[in-house]
Design a protein around this ligand. Sequence first.
Ligand SMILES: Cc1cc2nc3c(=O)[nH]c(=O)nc-3n(C[C@H](O)[C@H](O)[C@H](O)COP(=O)(O)OP(=O)(O)OC[C@H]3O[C@@H](n4cnc5c(N)ncnc54)[C@H](O)[C@@H]3O)c2cc1C
Length: 299
Amino acid sequence: MINTAAMIAFPDRCRIVPLSRFTTWRIGGPCAVLFPCDVGELSAMMEWIARENVPWSMLGRGSNLLAPSRGWDGVAVSLQGPFKGFEIQGREIHAGGGAALPTLVGACCSTGLSGMVFAAGIPGTLGGAVFMNAGAYGGDMSGLVVGVQAVFPGGEIGCLSGEECRFAYRYSIFQDRPGAIYRVTLRLAPGNREELRREAREVLEKRRNNFPVRVPNAGSVFRRPDDGPPPGRLLEECGLKGRSVGGARFSPVHANFIENTGCADSDDVLALIRLAKEVVLDRTGILLREEVRVLGGGE
Ligand SMILES: Cc1cc2nc3c(=O)[nH]c(=O)nc-3n(C[C@H](O)[C@H](O)[C@H](O)COP(=O)(O)OP(=O)(O)OC[C@H]3O[C@@H](n4cnc5c(N)ncnc54)[C@H](O)[C@@H]3O)c2cc1C
């Protein structure tokens, strides 16, 4: 069940880890995780992945990810160390794909750069946020990204402009052309530090009041339907708020969040997602689509 070939190919850079430690749901069994220390190593790993035809996935903060409890025989790639750094030059931020969004939001506020406050409280990495075009409160990554550097399977390095990322609601081109986003350039606007700090505090306060904060979760489970009410309302109207399967429960605080109440496994979460899709489709004719990603593609 574990990809030992990765251990053999990259003995110094591969660890078998329980994915529950790498996901905000705190769910996930053992998996081989590769930790490249620079772009050259990342490129060599992506070249090996393509050559050996190994199932693979990038692993950010795991804040939008369901990892199988029985483990995964693919290879996850995690950008740590130098990939977490960033520099601010004028109105631009040049940051590694592993940089933490909360750190970047804090840096923007204390430097007086405006445009990123929407991301306060989103616990992901920059690479994951670009991949998902993460957004909230009227903003998303598409408004900030001017350039992305990524390594694709085979080892080829690509530089994409913001436009080439083809951002749309919770979508970027990387969902159809997977690659390892290792560096991103963001362009912000000048802003007032005090004002930005106040706005960030307000966003965090809104989140604390409206979303579950102390129970492990992965943010919104379902995407907003193209037309129709938000998923939280649909789920609530269909009587699913607070509904549980095993240790997984639709949050009593906000129905579009699934909480791990302590002992949930990935099958509990998948069963709850399936149940909700069936009930909502049956009662409203609306087919909900998942926003959370399933490592290895699901069941
Ligand atoms: C409490 C909470 C609140 C949240 N609020 C919001 C919100 O308001 N708005 C919102 O949009 N989301 C929200 N989320 C979801 C999540 O934080 C975002 O989707 C975030 O962008 C995911 O980043 P990540 O690093 O955790 O990615 P992961 O969950 O690790 O991965 C998500 C996907 O991105 C891919 N990926 C990750 N890193 C890279 C990389 N470097 N290169 C290429 N692909 C990569 C993965 O392969 C995977 O398919 C919330 C989550 C939580 C737990």
